[in-house]
Design a protein around this ligand. Structure first.
Ligand SMILES: [Zn+2]
Length: 77
């Protein structure tokens, strides 16, 4: 059962297909999200295939390609 809290995501990266990816704070999977530019996805909310919602932080950091996304904390403040 996925909890309903909308977690913030703080890191973004591009995959080999140049899609923007982030790590789901609920299931910790890396998933591609819709958007062409990092600025397009900041402040947007998305739902993971696990059913959990998250919001990309306005200050989300874009990592270099090939970087490994750090785990999200997944705990509400
Ligand atoms: Zn998930």
């Amino acid at each position: 059962m996925t909890d309903q809290y909308i977690y913030e995501v703080h890191h973004l990266v591009r995959d080999n297909a140049m899609s923007i990816c982030c790590r789901c704070p609920h299931c910790q999977r890396v998933l591609g999200i819709e958007g062409n530019e990092f600025d397009d996805v900041r402040g947007e909310q998305y739902q993971c295939t696990c059913g959990g919602w998250f919001e990309v932080s306005y200050n989300a950091r874009a990592l270099n390609r090939e970087s490994t996304l750090p785990p999200n904390r997944g705990v509400p403040e």
